[in-house]
Ligand binder design. Structure first.
Ligand code: C6P
Length: 414
């Protein structure tokens, strides 16, 4: 039997692929701890997109000339890379979107408006990013459906013991949840939520924005009905993302946006729709960005998704240990074993914006905000946190610099 050694990630070497780290901030080396917001881009992605523009650029799915066919081939090859990354059964079930927000809105509008009504219930979680919270709240209001929220415990984990009570609210039709919380890093039990949703006769919508770049995500193993993610968090360009949808559902749904490419036949009397996935891709897509996302997928696949997950797990353990030594720092969320590479914290008596500003003066970038999770902030009894988040190019020295910067914060505000 062949013995395979799990690949180890070498962040110091990978870091050299990212030109941004050659540019100091305030005269100090860049310590980028904000990858949950958006990741940095490797030269491989930047170069490939430039080459595409210089050698293969023409609109996709429109021209019959060689250049247009080359552009279309690059775009469609990227769709296959997305399919393989998330193990979708077919490329017909992979819709290119502008970002995960657009993908989640597509489901809320195109599925929700036709399938929700009085007596039905749309369920989200208290950990949701606004992108997977507000669309369902608003579509529920428009259709007369109930809107319910699965709460969390004090460690930032979903309270599955509250599901039975939620089921009393009516006919549950949709459950929408993120796989990894962008604020607390909590890894949510999507398999259990999906099983519960299906028992109720509901569909399961997964926001995998913080999961797909960092851990193995398999839509068939999860059994979910829709799953979205965004390119700019996985080393790819902005302006691209993808939505997986189960074919039977996509076929029954009305289009979300209308215009070029999504039609089969248009007459004054009526319009018929194109095949999947094009029925949901109106207008000229951001095809160079979609192509760049494919190159980014190649990049993270080459590094090794499991290696990324394992490495971030080590980093998060390290930062939690170091923060635990600072009695004036409050850390939010579950222990290292239950979270991804995201750590939200506050420094006693200092606003997180001030924390982030002082860290910035040290060349350390963290986000300070409600992180587009205001219901979660309310549950935690705060308005904002500082947040450090990691990726495949993060190195332990950056954690040292974060801790050093926090000591400076403490000194300045003493
Ligand atoms: N979170 C953060 O700093 P878009 O903007 O569509 O690419 O991603 C929206 C989004 C949806 N769901 C989750 C779980 C997310 O984390 C994000 C983006 C960033 O946490 C910016 S608010």
């Amino acid at each position: 039997m062949a013995v395979t050694t799990p690949r180890k990630l070498d962040a110091q070497t990978l870091r050299q692929d990212f030109p941004i780290f050659g540019h100091p901030i305030h005269g100090k080396p860049l310590s980028y701890l904000d990858s949950a917001s958006s990741s940095q881009k490797p030269r491989q992605v930047l170069d490939a997109m430039r080459t595409f523009y210089e050698t293969s650029y023409a609109n996709v799915h429109r021209g019959v000339y060689d250049l247009a066919e080359r552009a279309t081939a690059g775009f469609e090859a990227s769709r296959e890379k997305v399919r393989a990354l998330i193990n979708a059964p077919s490329t017909a079930e992979v819709i290119f979107t502008r970002n995960v927000t657009q993908g989640l809105n597509l489901v809320a509008y195109a599925w929700g408006l036709d399938n929700l009504g009085p007596g039905d219930v749309a369920v989200v979680t208290e950990l949701e990013h606004h992108a997977n919270f507000v669309p369902w709240q608003q579509i529920a209001k428009r259709t007369g459906a109930e809107f319910r929220v699965i709460g969390i415990d004090d460690a930032g984990e979903l309270r599955l013991d509250g599901l039975d009570a939620i089921a009393q609210a009516g006919q549950i039709k949709v459950v929408a949840a993120n796989l990894v919380s962008n604020t607390l890093g909590t890894i949510n039990p999507i398999d259990r939520l999906t099983a519960w949703a299906h028992e109720q006769g509901a569909i399961m919508v997964v926001d995998a924005a913080q999961a797909v770049p960092h851990r193995r995500v398999d839509v068939q193993a999860l059994g979910c009905d829709f799953l979205g993610f965004t390119s700019h968090k996985l080393c790819g360009p902005t302006g691209a993302g993808a939505l997986y949808g189960r074919r039977e559902l996509l076929e029954r749904m009305s289009p979300f946006e209308m215009g070029g490419e999504m039609i089969r036949k248009v007459s004054i009397e009526e319009t018929t729709w194109n095949d999947l996935p094009y029925k949901f891709e109106a207008g000229t897509p951001a095809f160079v960005e979609a192509y760049g996302m494919g190159v980014a997928i190649d990049y993270i696949t080459e590094v090794g998704i499991e290696a990324i997950e394992e490495y971030e797990h080590e980093l998060v353990g390290l930062v939690l240990d170091r923060l635990a030594e600072l009695p004036w720092v409050t850390v939010y969320g579950p222990p290292a074993g239950r979270r991804a590479g995201i750590v939200s914290f506050n420094v006693d008596d200092v606003h997180p914006h001030d924390v982030a500003q002082i860290l910035d003066s040290e060349g350390v970038c963290v986000r300070a905000s409600h992180h587009c999770t205001q219901p979660l902030m309310r549950r935690l009894g705060i308005t904002a946190t500082a947040r450090a988040s990691f990726y495949l190019y993060s190195i332990p020295e950056e954690i040292d610099r974060l801790i050093g910067g926090l000591h400076k914060v403490r000194k300045v505000f003493a």
